[in-house]
Design a protein around this ligand. Sequence first.
Ligand code: HEM
Length: 480
Amino acid sequence: MEHLYLSLLLLFVSSVTLSLFFLFYKHRSHYAGPNLPPGSIGLPFVGESLDFLSTGWKGHPERFIFDRIARYSSHVFKTSLLGEPAAIFCGAAGNKFLFSNENKLVVAWWPNSVNKVFPSSTQTSSKEEAKKMRKMLPNFLKPEALQRYIGIMDDIARRHFAMGWEGKDEVTVFPLAKRYTFWLAARLFLSVEDPSHVARFADPFHLLASGIISIPIDLPGTPFNRAIKASNFIRKELRVIIKQRKVDLAEGKASSTQDILSHMLLATDEDGKHMTELDIADKILGLLIGGHDTASAACTFVVKYLAELPEIYEQVYEEQMEIAKSKAPGELLNWDDIQKMKYSWNVACEVMRLAPPLQGGFREVINDFIFNGFSIPKGWKIYWSANSTHKSAEYFPEPEKFDPTRFEGAGPAPYTFVPFGGGPRMCPGKEYARLEILVFMHNLVKRFRWEKLLPDEKIVVDPMPMPAKGLPVRLYAHKA
Ligand code: HEM
């Protein structure tokens, strides 16, 4: 009997050793080619992921980048992230190279966890998925459509401020900003308007958004597991809405242009085929995720910086009050008003320079190439980082200083200000985001001044930047 235990133990130890050896060997074999960029690849599987994530948790994601630029004296370095061999490209030249070589040398890439939460994206390659999405979006996000949305955005913003802010001495900004952008998205993507219907989606949606880019361990209680459950729930709710819309469109009770859902239901691909209900539900979910936490992070940081910088607040206030005073009572904002919000938009841009809602993006290398003299092998992942230019004194002198005048005149040099990315995959929701942020700023400064309740509140980046306690502020309503 003892013999048996001993043999089993030996078998176990040797298989663990073998597996570790295999993992280690496999890990190193990715980096065997000649002339690779300098850098460290860390341990098998984990690589440098923890370093990468923890600089964000501590509120300084740029440190991961700038420490390595200094250590290796290079604007491209190798690393290992999320179990993948990777290179990080820094600076304007790196951004330009990646954004100009989309679909030639690189394609978009998402971590595995994303594909698991969106099953329809695993049936086809994510490249095809993104193409489908890109075909749909222009109709929905084209300027004529957006112009129509400004009044609706303003109407919802007024109702949002009446419900969540007015009559209160203190509020916590981040959850309110999320409620605002979610309400807008529910209305403009799906024509869901009733706040209680919106609320049914909101909670599971937040679980989904926070779990989607997490360690993909699908066990009860993990963020990833909660994200999958939440996505199933939302998908079910979406399918009810989709089915009803099909009926309404057939009976002429819904219009073909009223929101993105109608566009998706009626759009066909090159072979004349319609998208499936599951596909549409996933696409809408993708849009809600892409467009919701990003914009609410931007709105939250506008509130933070305006609290800290009274002289900037004053100039935004002046600009917005001039517009407010030019309106008849009850008249909603329109396209001309938005064009007058130049200073406010420069402020929002400076906010997104210092606190980019998305820190960067991944690409996959589809053909070997040389960049800055280094070989980048096919199959590697590449990460571009907004902070590598936004926080660099080379492009933005005194990078920590809040200075909206950087955006006056010709503005920053090409490929240096990239909160929305660039090239063919530049954020298709950029204009939509501009409108929702400006409508938010208008409604906010028109009603209040405010001060931060926690002057030294920490910032956490996980993966979006947010104040650790949600940015509680004391409100001072303007006298009527
Ligand atoms: C302040 C708000 C926003 C910021 C900072 C932002 C940022 C970005 C960035 C940086 C990318 C490109 C990622 C890459 O290159 O890998 C992106 C892609 C995307 N964004 Fe946005 N976004 C915002 C709002 C929105 C909104 C409101 C929508 C929808 C209405 C949206 C929908 C999308 C979609 C669908 C993609 C993927 C495009 C593709 O893969 O081709 N975003 N966004």
